[in-house]
Design a protein around this ligand. Structure first.
Ligand SMILES: Cc1cc2nc3c(=O)[nH]c(=O)nc-3n(C[C@H](O)[C@H](O)[C@H](O)COP(=O)(O)OP(=O)(O)OC[C@H]3O[C@@H](n4cnc5c(N)ncnc54)[C@H](O)[C@@H]3O)c2cc1C
Length: 409
């Protein structure tokens, strides 16, 4: 079997993994970024979520960046490549619409500039541990199985993959969030977003009332800021069910049913057609690994700023149950909370770090910290802490540098 070594292995090339890889490479380390799919971006690509949240303060005074450093630079590049600007949502919230292809371009440009070795079609399938050390990752690549021996691992799989494969216990979860399936339609009337939402809602209600659509179809909503001429992203909320294959197939079938019905329901929608479907169902909740600290909802809502805080969270606790709308719990306007470094460090392994939607947080805290803007921040912080662990023997030695870059700089 082929063997290879590296300083830092990052598992998963979603928003968090891209940021972690850039941070570790900036520190001068040799980084391998492993991604099971043939593209980068994680859910930002595969679920076509369409907007980056968590970049700006909730404010009455217009959009103002809450994140700094890499997250902000990435967002600026993404906005330029997507030709978009922040959009105002409800309750003083702002978010950045983006084009999926622009996300790919921006991410790959950062990875190339920092000489990160990106390995697509490379799925981590096993882990070997020596005591409290992750010694080896077994990777199924396009050219066969190989063993990667990293000094340090940053798990950005969104699924606590490395901890689980290593047999470590994850945090308990009892309030998982609903899934959603996103697709792009074309042939919409070119009217303002609010008017379009009304047209769609009314038609869907009628369809459900007449028994021509399943009640679940009322959980369809327009992704805010996604309207481009006659096209827009639509998002269908689905209860998270155990069987993923069934969920994927059912979601697609519902989207076809909805579009077929809408076409015949209103002359304004007669030209409606599906332009693109997300490669996969958007799964919001996943297992979370256990770190040296656990971020909880109370700290998020109190906008807590611990001294070892290394990444900024600026999005409310947005919990999607089965309904069409999420419950939102906000902290004060123009404020943010900080994610403590120990929540990104494994409790069970000395050379394992994590970030993104899979770090050490309660399910409700993660309902805030999982947004892409925050994933960029936790990813960068985890990459920096991993570099400090390797270069200076202790991840704590990296806290000050990360804080300068992302918090106080
Ligand atoms: C329906 C939906 C709507 C959302 N809407 C928004 C929104 O509007 N704005 C917002 O900011 N956020 C939104 N989010 C949340 C946000 O998209 C995600 O939480 C965020 O993108 C997670 O990034 P990540 O890097 O932590 O994980 P992911 O994006 O999940 O990336 C993990 C990566 O790891 C890879 N991976 C997994 N297992 C392996 C393996 N064994 N080997 C190699 N690679 C592996 C995956 O393929 C993936 O690329 C939404 C999420 C969903 C599901």
């Amino acid at each position: 079997m082929k063997q290879a070594g590296c300083d830092v292995a990052v598992v998963g090339a979603g928003a968090a993994g891209i940021a972690a890889a850039v941070a570790a490479a900036e520190a001068g380390l040799g980084v391998v970024l492993l991604e099971r799919y043939g593209f980068v971006g994680g859910l930002a690509s595969s679920a076509m979520v369409g907007t980056v949240c968590g970049l700006y303060y909730r404010s009455e005074g217009g959009p103002r960046y809450a994140v700094r450093g890499f997250a902000r630079a990435f967002a600026e590049g993404l906005a330029a490549a997507s030709e978009t600007a922040p959009v105002a949502g409800k309750d003083g919230l702002y978010f950045l619409p983006y084009a999926v292809e622009a996300f790919h371009q921006e991410a790959c440009a950062w990875l190339q500039r920092h000489r990160v070795q990106l390995r697509l079609h490379s799925s981590v399938a096993g882990v070997e541990c020596h005591g409290r050390r992750i010694a080896c990752l077994q990777v199924h690549g396009a050219d066969g199985v190989f063993r990667l021996h990293p000094q340090v691992v940053v798990d950005c799989s969104g699924e606590a993959l490395v901890s689980r494969l290593a047999g470590a216990a994850c945090l308990p979860g009892s309030q998982p969030q609903a899934d959603a399936f996103v697709f792009r339609v074309a042939g919409l009337p070119e009217v303002p977003e609010s008017a379009l939402t009304l047209v769609l809602l009314r038609a869907l209600r009628r369809g459900v009332a007449q028994g021509r659509l399943k009640p679940i179809c009322e959980r369809l909503s327009l992704v805010p800021g996604s309207q481009v001429r006659d096209s827009a992203l639509l998002k269908l909320g689905l209860p998270g069910v155990g069987d993923r294959t069934r969920a994927e197939l059912t979601a697609r079938a519902f989207c076809h049913d909805i579009v077929r019905y809408l076409r015949g329901s209103d002359v304004a929608l007669a030209g409606l057609r599906i332009a693109a479907m997300a490669p996969q169902l958007g799964v919001r909740s996943g297992p979370r690994p256990r770190g040296l600290a656990v971020l909880d909802e109370a700290s998020v809502l109190a906008a807590a700023k611990p001294e070892d805080g290394v990444a900024c969270g600026a999005w409310p606790v947005e919990h999607w149950s089965a309904g069409r709308r999420p419950t939102m719990r906000c902290f004060a306007m123009d404020d943010h909370y900080l994610i403590p470094a120990p929540a990104l460090v494994s409790r069970d392994f000395d050379n394992l770090f994590f970030a993104g939607r899979g770090f050490s947080a309660t399910e409700m805290a993660m309902a805030s910290a999982r947004v892409i803007g925050t994933c960029l921040g936790t990813g960068y912080a985890a990459g920096d802490l991993a570099a400090a662990r390797l270069q200076r023997g202790d991840w704590r030695a990296g806290i000050e540098t990360v804080r300068r870059r992302q918090v106080v700089g």
